[in-house]
Design a protein around this ligand. Sequence first.
Ligand SMILES: [Cu+2]
Length: 147
Amino acid sequence: MKQLLAPMVGILIACTAFHAKAGAGPLRTADACVMEPPPGSPNAVAFMSITNMANRTVTIVSVATPVAKKAELHETARTGGLTEMRYVKTLTLAPLETMRLSHQGYHLMLIGLKKRLKKDDRVRLVFRLKDGSTVSFDVKVCRMKRH
Ligand SMILES: [Cu+2]
C-alpha cells in the first residue's frame, strides 16, 4: 500500500496544478454557469459539473455567494405529474465521482439576489465542506439557450 501512495499523491498534485484556475481543494467544476435571471427576478439558478478529485468522500454542507442572501442546493423531483424543487441539505461525492447539476436533477439556487446579474459577470460561489474547509469558484453568468 505504501508503494501505491506515492504515485497517487503525484497524480493528485499534477491534477491540482492543471486545474489551479478552477478553485482549490478536492472539488473541480466544469461547464459552470449562473443563468442570467430575467429582469426583476429575485433568484438565479446555477448549473455545473462537480468532480471530487480526492480519494476520499467529500460532502458539501452549504454554499454561499456574495451576490445573494443565500444559496441552496435543490433537487428537481417529479411527484404525481408535478415538478417541484426540494431543498437538499448536503451533497456527497464519492472519490472521483462527477455530479452534474442541471435542469433535471440537482442544481444550485441563488436566493435573494443583491444585484442584477448580467451575462459575463463573475459570481463567486463558496462551498463549505463537512471537514470545515471551503472551496471557492468564480462562475460566469451566461444566457439561457432557447429551446
Ligand atoms: Cu431550485
